[in-house]
Design a binder for this molecule. Sequence first.
Ligand SMILES: Cc1cc2nc3c(=O)[nH]c(=O)nc-3n(C[C@H](O)[C@H](O)[C@H](O)COP(=O)(O)OP(=O)(O)OC[C@H]3O[C@@H](n4cnc5c(N)ncnc54)[C@H](O)[C@@H]3O)c2cc1C
Length: 406
Amino acid sequence: METLSTTCVIAGGGPAGMMLGLLLARAGVDVTVLEKHQDFLRDFRGDTVHPSTLQVMHELGYLDEFLKLPHARISRVGIDIGDQQFQFADLSHLPTACKFIAMMPQWDFLDFLAGKAKAFPNFRLLMNTEAKDLIAQGDRIAGLVATGPGGHIQIRAGLTVAADGRRSVLRDKSGLTVKDLGAPFDVLWLRLPFKPGDPVDMVGRLQAGQLFVMLYRGDYWQCALVIPKGGNDAIRAAGLSKFRARLKSIAGFAADRVDEAITDFDQVKLLTVTVNRLEQWARPGLLCIGDAAHAMSPVGGVGINLAVQDAVAAANILGPVLQKGVPKFSDLKKVQRRRDFPTKVIQGFQLLVQNRFLAPTILQSDRTPNPPWFLKLADRYAVLRRIPARFVGMGPRPEHVRLGRK
Ligand SMILES: Cc1cc2nc3c(=O)[nH]c(=O)nc-3n(C[C@H](O)[C@H](O)[C@H](O)COP(=O)(O)OP(=O)(O)OC[C@H]3O[C@@H](n4cnc5c(N)ncnc54)[C@H](O)[C@@H]3O)c2cc1C
C-alpha cells in the first residue's frame, strides 16, 4: 500500500474541507485534501454564498476576482402567504463588504478555492480518492486509509479532519456520538425557466398546506417544494400530472411554465432533510467540521455558511499550532467551543421554525395559515428586516480570517 505523510489530512472537498485546506496552505502548513468524486460537479446542492463567506473572500483578497464568476444576487427575501405579500429580510444594510447572497453553482465556488490552494506547493488535492477508515495509534488518530485511482493509500498525519459531509464515514468510524434532532419534512428540488418580467428577489410561497421557495439563478429559478418526511414515494406513485398540478397551484407567476419544464421525475431531486450534531467534535488527532459535525436543516439555507465558518475558526485556532507541530486534544476541543454556540443557536431556530411553524401549518394541514406576527411586523417596519438578514447572512459569532492574513 502506498503511504503518504502530511501535517494535516482533510477528508472531503466540500466548502468546509476546501476552505480549511486553502487557509492552512496559505499559512505554509503541509495539507492534503481528499475528494471522493473526480470533480466538484453537483446539481441542486447548496449554491448560496452568504455575505459572511463573501467577507472571508474579501479578507483573503479574492473578492473582486471571485465576483467575476457568473452569479445572481439576492438582497431581499419576501414571503407570499395566500395572496398577501410580505417583505421579510433586507440584506442591504449588513456591515459586510457584500450586502447580498451570491447564488453561484457550488462547483464554481469549490473550483475557485481549489485553484487558489493549488498555487501553494505545500497543498495537495487528491481527487477520486475516498477516505475509508481511520488509522489509530494507541488512543490517537494518526491518519486515514483511502482508495484512489491507484488503489489503497495510507495517509499519516498529525491532524485528520473529517469534512466528508452529513454521511461522514470517518465520523462513523471514530465512534463519536451523533445526536439526531429530527426533521418532519423533506425537500424536492427542481428548475423552472426564468422569463423576462419575473421578479429577481427570493420568493417563498405559502398556500393551502404547501411551501414553495424560488431562488433566482439568472436564467432559471431553482425551486424547492417542502413535503412531509418520506412523502416522495407517494408523490411519484400518484404520477407526473398530479405533481405538475400541485406545482401549478403553488408556483404563482411561474405556473405557466410547469408543464413544459417538468416532463420527467428525473428532473426532480429529493433532499432527505437531516438535522443532527455531534456531542463531541473531536478525538485526539481527529476533528470533525461542517456537516460531518452538524447537519443543518435547509431552513435559512445556512449549511455552507456554517461549514465555511467552521473552517475559518479551525484554521485560526489550529493553524499556528500546526505550523510548529501536532495539535493537542485540548486544541481540537477549542474549535468546538468556538463553533458550538452558533451551531446550537441556528439549529435551535431551525427546529423552532420546522416544528412550531412548518409542521402545523404546512405538513399537517391543507389550509393557508394566518401570517405570523413577526412577518407582519417585518413587513411594516423596514428596520426589523435587518434582523433576519443579519441572522441568516452573517450568523451568530461571525469568523474573521486571522491565519496568514496579508
Ligand atoms: C440538495 C441540497 C441542497 C442544499 N441547499 C443549500 C443551500 O441552498 N444553502 C446552504 O447553505 N446549504 C445548502 N445545503 C447544505 C449544504 O450543501 C451543506 O451544509 C454544506 O455543503 C456542508 O459543507 P461540508 O463541506 O461540510 O460538506 P459537503 O458539502 O457535504 O462536502 C463533503 C464533501 O466530501 C466528499 N466526501 C464524502 N465522503 C467522502 C470520503 N469518504 N472521502 C473523501 N471525500 C468524501 C463529498 O463528495 C463532498 O464533496 C444543501 C444540501 C443539499 C443536499
